[in-house]
Design a binder for this molecule. Structure first.
Ligand code: 13P
Ligand code: SF4
Length: 302
């Protein structure tokens, strides 16, 4: 089927099913174009909660659809590609987290939303890249066990006086951006602002002019008077900025910063999902209730 026919059929089925499509910024451009809302992990959680749709088709990876399902038990949440996962989310599981908690009994467990429902259920509160510092500083505990992203955790540790215990997880997409690649770009383009995602290594973040979530990077480009930017996150966001701000110059911090799981989402997969109502993401109720507590608590942090 031609793309135009697929798009028309997606739009017809969305109405018929009272469905919305939520997409993360790292999916393919054509997928973002059929979405009702495109955002960072935090705004996607909010949008799922605020939506009046009966069905949410999640153009993202598994933990994102699972978070929507935890927050919205009355809605049917579909992940068009069931094996679109996040390798970082798989770097922590509930039994190993329980073992680590036992070693730090005074610590509050803060888990990045890039984690499974079972891990969220073991945590006191969730966070995203846009609110991690505020979430940690909103807690009374003097110690924090931060899972699973050691890079985001180390960044948070620089912005709090609490003791932060780090888990050994990382996002390969951001972790593989090298400081030397960024330094070369900075040398070649001395006027460019370097905008980095906090999932990058600390030596890369040390080079950044601004450290922010995906939405934060877009806002920074919009509001900055600068005309040149080095983009330290996944390739799709760099391509989106190039397309939406043709008067500005963009350089991608690393050619290898591509999330192949996000690229599994295609127009055909979205259409199949709406046609066959596949693939439902749900969480056993005893886990969902506990995981929802950690997500709700995050949503309450100002
Ligand atoms: P944000 O969009 O929340 O910044 O997260 C980036 C990410 O890696 C999502 O998987
Ligand atoms: Fe996971 Fe990294 Fe892909 Fe985000 S970009 S989904 S953290 S692998």
């Amino acid at each position: 089927m031609e793309n135009d026919s697929i798009i028309a059929e997606i739009s017809r089925l969305k109405k018929e099913r009272n469905a919305i499509i939520l997409s993360h910024y790292y999916t393919r451009r054509e997928v973002q174009e059929v979405a009702d809302f495109v955002g960072d992990s935090f705004s996607l959680c909010r949008k799922a909660v605020d939506s009046e749709a009966d069905v949410i088709v999640f153009a993202g990876v598994h933990f994102m659809a699972e978070s929507a399902s935890i927050l919205c038990p009355d809605k049917l949440v579909l992940l068009p590609v069931p094996d679109a996962g996040c390798p970082m989310a798989d770097m922590v599981d509930a039994p190993s987290l329980r073992a680590e908690k036992a070693k730090h009994p005074e610590a509050a467990v803060v888990c990045y939303v890039n984690s499974s429902a079972a891990v969220k259920a073991e945590s006191d509160i969730c966070c995203t890249s846009s609110n991690a510092v505020n979430v940690v500083n909103s807690l009374e505990n003097r110690e924090i066990l931060f899972v699973p992203d050691k890079n985001l955790g180390a960044y948070v540790a620089l912005h709090t006086d609490k003791k932060v215990w780090l888990w050994e997880g990382f996002c390969h997409v951001h972790h593989n951006i090298g400081a030397s690649e960024v330094e070369e770009l900075q040398k070649a383009h001395p006027g460019a602002k370097f905008l980095a995602h906090p999932e990058c290594r600390s030596e890369v973040l040390d080079l950044a002019d601004h450290i922010c979530s995906t939405s934060g990077i877009i806002r920074e480009v919009e509001s900055s008077g600068a005309g040149e930017f080095i983009i330290g996150t996944e390739r799709e966001l760099y391509k989106k900025l190039k397309a939406e701000f043709p008067e500005k110059q963009f350089y991608h911090a690393s050619r290898s910063a591509v999330c192949y799981n996000m690229k599994k989402l295609t127009l055909e997969a979205i259409l199949n999902s709406l046609e066959h109502m596949e693939y439902e993401v749900s969480v056993p109720e005893h886990i969902r209730v506990k995981a929802k507590r950690a997500l709700d608590r995050m949503l309450e942090v100002p």
